[in-house]
Ligand binder design. Sequence first.
Ligand code: PLP
Length: 362
Amino acid sequence: MRPEAVEAMLPFLTDRFGNPSGSHAVSREARKAVDEARDTVAHCLGARPAEIVFTAGGTEADNLAILGAHAVRPGPTVCSAVEHHAVLHACDALGDNRLAPVDRNGVVDLDRLADLLHPSVSVVSVMLANNEMGAIEPLADVVALVRERAPGAAVHTDAVQAFPWLDVAALAGPADLVAVSAHKFGGPKGVGALVVRQGVTVKPIIHGGGQERDRRSGTHNVAGIVSMAAAMRATVEHRKATVARVGALRNRLADGLLAAVPGCTETGDRATKIAGNCHLSFEGVESEELLVLLDAAGVYASAGSACASGAVDPSHVLAAMGMTRAQAVGSLRLSLGTGTTPAEVDLALHAIPAAVARLRTG
Ligand code: PLP
C-alpha cells in the first residue's frame, strides 16, 4: 500500500470509530470523512460526488453495474471476450450474453461488436485495460457504437486495471458505469467504487439499511474508503511520472528477455498496452513449472489469471486473441508497479533466462 493510504486509514481503525450512519458527534465525524473521501474519489474519476457508490471492491462494483442495470432494463448483455471474470460471469449469470471478439493484440473488434448490438441489448461491458496482458480498449468508439445501435443500453467499463496508468476521468467519461478497486492503486483490498452517472439507474444487489442512496446497503468501511481516496489522490498526482518511469522499466525488462531468450515472444502491441504490464510467451516451456523455479529465485510472477484456488486457469484472454494452447501454456505475466525498482528488473532479467534454459535442458 502507498504510505499515504496507510496513514489515512489508521485513525479510523483506532479512536475515530464512528458509524457514519449514526447521528451523534462521533458518527458525524465519520460521516464527514466519508463525504470528503467521496469528493476526492469523484474528482479523480471525473464524476459528481452523488454519482459515487462505495463497494467492497472491483468484483462487487462490476456485479452492481451489470446485474443492477440489467434489472432496470432486462435484455441480452454484450461484453468483450477478454473481460475479467467479475464481468464475464456476472453477464453469464443473466443467461443471454454475447461475446465481442478481440484482435491478436487483445483489442475489441469494433465491426464484430457492431454486429452484436441491437435495440434490445440491456448492458454492454468493455474494460478500459485488460488485467492479463494489458490491452487498452477503445472505449470512446465502443460507446459511440452503442449509442447508435443500442441506444437504450447502459455502457459499463471495468477500469480496475486502468486507474494506475490511464486518465480514467477523461477516458471513461462517455461510459454510464465505471468500476475501480483500491488495491490496484496502492489502497487496501476489499474496497472499491462504482460511478453511476446521473440519469442512470441501477437496482441494488445488496439490500439492507439503504446506505449509498439506496444503491448499496451496509455500514460503510470508513477506514477503507478514506484510505482509497488518499491512494487515488496520490496516484493521480504522480501518474504521469509513474507511467514514464515504470514504462521504461517494463521496456527494459521485455526487450532484455526478448534478446536473451530464444523462442520468446511478446503478447500484444506495446502502443496499446498499459505501462505496468509485461506479458511474454516462451516456446516449449510450461509456465506452471517456470513459476515454481521463479518463485524459488524470488521472482513472483503469474500465468493466466489468479483465481480463488490459486490454480492457474487456461486463459480465456489468450484464447480470444487467437493464441494456440501450446503458446498460452508457455505464457508469463510480469506486473510492474509504483514500487518496482531497477534492481528488481535486473533480478528478473537474470533469473528468467536461467529458469527457461534449465527447463529446456530438462
Ligand atoms: N476487474 C479487473 C480487471 C481486475 O483485474 C480485478 C482484480 O484483479 C477485478 C475486476 C476484481 O477486483 P477485486 O479484486 O477488487 O474484487
